[in-house]
Design a protein around this ligand. Structure first.
Ligand code: SF4
Length: 190
C-alpha cells in the first residue's frame, strides 16, 4: 500500500518537472535538445555517442539522432569520428552551446531547491539518488554514474596531466574526466 504522502510527493515532482520544462520552450531549443546539451556537457569522451545518449534518456536511437542532427544544424554541437568504434560518431559542444548552458532554465530549479531545502539538501540529494537507483534498476538501465565512483577507476596511477587510469578501457583519465559521467560506469561496491 503506497502512502498518501508518497503519492503527493510523486505528484509534486511531476508538476515541478512540467514547470521546469515550460522554461525550456523559450529560445530556439526544445526540451529534448536541452537534455542532449546537458548530457554532452557532463559525459566523458567514451560516452558522447548517439547510442549512449539514447540509453541515458531512455529514448530511441532514431529520436536521439534527429535531435543531434538538429543541434548540429543550429551550431550547438560538432560531430567527429569515434576513436573507439569506427562505425559510430561522437558529438562535442560548441562555444555557442557552452554559452547557452550558462542560461540553462534548470539553474532556476536548482536555485529554488537550494532555497527551500537549506541544510536539509544533503538528505534530499541522497533520497533522490536512491529513487534514481531504484528506477534505473526497474528499467534495467545503465547507472551513468560519475567516473570517480566507478569500480574501474584507479586514482594516481600515472604521471602527467591525466594521472588516473581506467582499468576497463585501459585509458588515462584527467581530474576533469574523474568528475564526468560515463556510459560504462559501474558503481563501486559500498
Ligand atoms: S573508470 Fe569507469 S566510469 Fe571511468 S572511464 Fe572507466 S569505465 Fe568509465
Amino acid at each position: 500500500m503506497i502512502s498518501g504522502k508518497a503519492i503527493e510527493a510523486a505528484r509534486l515532482l511531476d508538476r515541478l518537472q512540467r514547470l521546469a520544462r515550460a522554461g525550456e520552450l523559450a529560445g530556439d531549443l526544445n526540451p529534448a535538445q536541452w537534455d542532449a546539451l546537458r548530457y554532452l556537457a557532463r559525459a566523458n569522451r567514451f560516452s558522447r555517442t548517439p547510442a549512449a545518449l539514447a540509453d541515458y534518456l531512455a529514448s530511441t536511437r532514431g529520436t536521439v539522432s534527429r535531435t543531434l542532427a538538429s543541434l548540429e544544424a543550429k551550431g550547438y554541437v560538432r560531430r567527429a569520428g569515434n576513436l573507439r568504434d569506427g562505425r559510430s560518431v561522437e558529438f562535442t559542444l560548441t562555444k555557442k552551446a557552452a554559452d547557452t548552458l550558462k542560461q540553462d532554465p534548470l539553474l532556476l530549479v536548482a536555485k529554488d531547491i537550494e532555497k527551500a531545502a537549506g541544510r536539509g539538501l544533503p538528505d534530499i540529494l541522497e533520497s533522490l539518488r536512491e529513487m534514481l537507483r531504484t528506477a534505473i534498476a526497474r528499467n534495467e538501465g545503465r547507472a551513468f554514474g560519475i567516473c570517480v565512483s566507478c569500480r574501474y577507476f584507479r586514482a594516481n596511477q600515472r604521471m602527467g596531466p591525466s594521472p588516473h587510469h581506467c582499468a576497463l578501457l585501459d585509458q588515462p583519465l584527467s581530474d576533469a574526466d574523474s568528475e564526468a559521467i560515463c556510459v560504462e560506469q559501474e558503481p563501486r561496491a559500498a
